[in-house]
Design a binder for this molecule. Structure first.
Ligand SMILES: [Fe+2]
Length: 200
């Protein structure tokens, strides 16, 4: 199916001061729109036009002839999720079942947050850091560029965009501060918990 830019689920200034309206204007209206437009151009004629977005990402992963399509389709999926992984006044209490699993797999919520932030800080160059469910167990991962664990069939239930376009306006080069604000003040844990229950 043709890719479409979804509307943001909140007003552009709703995540301030942690993420500004100016960042969302560029990130959503320009960068995400470009992935949608380029993805649609590259999808034409591949025979994958009738597949779902997930199927297109997985079918084009690691296929040299489809690298351009993969990069744009995967970034489209990542950003569709990313807007939903955040909410105004986010980062509060984690719904019970998910919190229990986080404590069981990481030792504590703080330990999870530290590992997630570290993954984002140590992703060299552009990419993403993730909370992944694999065989019922939670782990943290990082990927370069537009790749996500979903591309190879893993359930990515939370991800943070560490491309400079995601934080440079608000944080300049301070990627660690952006990641800390993301986990402490922006995450929509209800949505993460919903993805978690689907994955287990
Ligand atoms: Fe982005």
């Amino acid at each position: 199916m043709a890719f479409q830019l979804p509307a943001l689920p909140y007003a552009k200034d709703a995540l301030a001061p942690y993420m500004s309206a100016e960042t969302l204007e560029y990130h959503h209206d320009k960068h995400h729109q470009a992935y949608v437009d380029n993805g649609n151009k590259l999808l034409a004629g591949t025979g994958l036009e009738d597949k779902t977005l997930e199927e297109i990402v997985q079918a084009s992963y690691n296929k040299p002839a489809l690298t351009g399509l993969f990069n744009n389709a995967s970034q489209h999926w990542n950003h569709v999720q990313f807007w939903q992984w955040m909410k105004p006044n986010g980062g509060g209490a984690i719904p019970g079942e998910l919190e229990k699993q986080i404590v069981s797999d990481f030792g504590s919520v703080d330990e999870f947050k530290a590992k997630f932030v570290e993954a984002g800080v140590t992703q060299f160059g552009s990419g993403w850091c993730w909370l992944v469910v694999d065989a019922g167990k939670l782990s943290v991962a990082k990927t370069p560029n537009g790749e996500s664990p979903m591309a190879y069939g893993k359930a990515a239930i939370l991800g943070c965009d560490v491309w400079e376009h995601s934080y440079y306006i608000d944080y300049r080069n301070r990627r660690p501060d952006y990641l800390k604000a993301f986990v402490d003040n922006m995450v929509n844990w209800e949505y993460v918990a919903e993805l978690y229950s689907k994955a287990v």
